[in-house]
Design a protein around this ligand. Sequence first.
Ligand code: DGL
Length: 272
Amino acid sequence: MPEAARAKPPIGVFDSGVGGLSILKSLRAELPHEDFVYVADSGFAPYGERDEGFVVARARTITRHLLREPQLAIQALVIACNTATAAAIHLLRQDQPDLPIIGVEPALKPAIALSQTRRIGVMATRGTLNSQKFKALLAGLADQAQFICQPCDGLADAIERNDTAAINELGRQYTGAMGQFGTQAGDIDTLVLGCTHYPFASEQLQPLVGSGVRLVDNGEPVARQTRRMLARLSSDSAPGQCLLFSTGDPAILQTAARHWLGLGVPVKRLRI
Ligand code: DGL
């Protein structure tokens, strides 16, 4: 994305690793002419089982880098990570009051709209489920459905490593712990994937809960919200471009981006 070829600054997107690609996919579909810079913080992942202070510090470091690096200088930031949103979005907004910042939270409201049985499963990281932000969201909706919340230690990491056996094993363990899935009264008929890594395990999770159970994530609503928050859209009619960076092994992001988004661009190693 050379400077001369860019009509306007890119949108920054970050996650602890490859999970945020599930959000980037929706962003590219909603905003096909915008440029994006994606940072996978794989060198410091997973976030979900770390303390909040660690996640806040990483979110601040990445945001500062995306704003200050002259070749990047983002116009908006999407925190493509439920855990980092819960821990840090309010602080990042305080730090950068002029920067539009969009976060991701577990899709409880869309799940209520879909559920017939009003029993809804929520899979997320321990960090997300323990956060004040999530607890407030849950409390505000508790009279509309029953939520069965399951912390999924290790699942994002298994997806990051593309370890199919571990994904299957952990998926079986965690869905099993949540109770009966199905479409009859008393069954969990809707499962919220409350971590941006989990949509990449949908193929393994769906058979574990049965084909009648809806899996819900927030990619499309986040992309629509991002469009609403942009000051103006690119006037460039050419397809937007993506720059990909990783603080860990670039090959992991490269493989995932090619597999899930058909993106063949090289991934650069970032040392921040
Ligand atoms: N993808 C992230 C989320 O949405 C975090 C996964 C992790 O690093 O634990 O919560």
